[in-house]
Design a protein around this ligand. Structure first.
Ligand SMILES: O=C(O)CCC(=O)C(=O)O
Length: 288
């Protein structure tokens, strides 16, 4: 892991807009390593992934990656991903927006090949509720992410009221099966695409409204590693989205990884609860 100089982080702008871009936070070799890891995991050679069919010897890495939109909790099987979650440049920025004590609780690895759906408007705190509103997303581009391959879009400043807007199921074919937020006091016309070069990072507040559109670029992928963090001081009453629907860690989800400072709840331990699994793909229908 290369140690890079801390990047400029304009705190006022982060507080105002709800997000900041860390340009070239990862080196080209770190991106190359994560791309290779993505192919290995999709082939079934990176460790157990619930729902994944191992690729045959005749299948190329591209074919293996094209089969799936995303894999949840890849850090549970991948050292390269755990190391990226502790990347010094990213952790430095996190300590400046969250505080000295920071833990990670989830990772998602997107392949998002051409034709794969995006995700409707949502706020990440809806899915991962912290007690102190410290949830912070770190979206790492592993390919250049632009509008036509389905980069993220944000509604700047939408985190500021600290309100979780209503949500509902939807039938919009542009988006995957996850719920959509609605009835928020922002105009979609004011949203902005966050185009990133591979290796750059979008760091964003857990209340920020964001979405992504489908990948419509011929033959492309829009790979990204997305990790979530919060203050180590907060309990995490998170019903983890594990495939069998069990509610894990009802009051304080502890399958967490400390990335900075100290964990005041270390005495509770960090049980290994969550498994790596394939994200449900709209192609298979949204069984509602
Ligand atoms: O990368 C995407 O397409 C969606 C990611 C997202 O919305 C999230 O991580 O909350």
């Amino acid at each position: 892991m290369t140690m890079t100089a801390p990047l400029e982080l304009d705190h006022d702008n982060y507080d105002h807009a709800g997000y900041v871009v860390l340009r070239d936070a990862l080196s080209p070799s770190e991106v190359t390593r994560l791309r290779a890891e993505t192919a290995k995991i999709c082939r079934g050679d990176g460790g157990p992934v619930d729902g994944l069919e191992p690729a045959g010897p005749a299948e190329s890495d591209e074919e293996a990656m094209r089969r799936y939109v995303a894999i949840n909790f890849p850090h549970k099987i991948s050292r390269a991903i755990r190391e990226t979650m502790r990347h010094p440049t990213i952790v430095d920025a996190l300590t400046r927006v969250i505080g000295p004590n920071v833990k990670a609780m989830q990772s998602m690895l997107y392949m998002k090949a051409e034709g794969k759906a995006g995700q409707a408007w949502h706020q990440d705190e809806h899915f991962i509720p912290t007690r102190d509103r410290s949830l912070t997303g770190v979206w790492i581009a592993l390919d250049d992410a632009v509008v036509d391959n389905g980069c993220l879009w944000v509604l700047p400043g939408s985190h500021r009221p600290g309100v979780l807007y209503p949500d509902r199921e939807h039938d919009d074919p542009r988006y995957d099966c996850a719920i959509e937020a609605y009835d928020f006091p922002y105009d979609e016309a004011d949203s902005v695409p966050v185009e990133l070069d591979a290796g750059s990072v979008l760091l964003f507040n857990g209340y920020l409204l964001h979405r992504s559109l489908p990948n419509t670029r011929r033959g492309s992928f829009r790979r990204a590693l997305v990790n979530h963090y919060m203050s180590a001081e907060s309990l995490l009453p998170w019903r983890g989205p594990i495939p069998d629907g069990e509610h894990i860690g009802k009051f304080d989800h502890r399958d967490v990884m400390l990335v900075a400072g100290r964990d005041p709840y270390a005495y509770k331990g960090t049980p290994d609860l969550v498994r790596t699994y394939l994200r449900r793909d709209r192609d298979g229908g949204c069984d509602r």
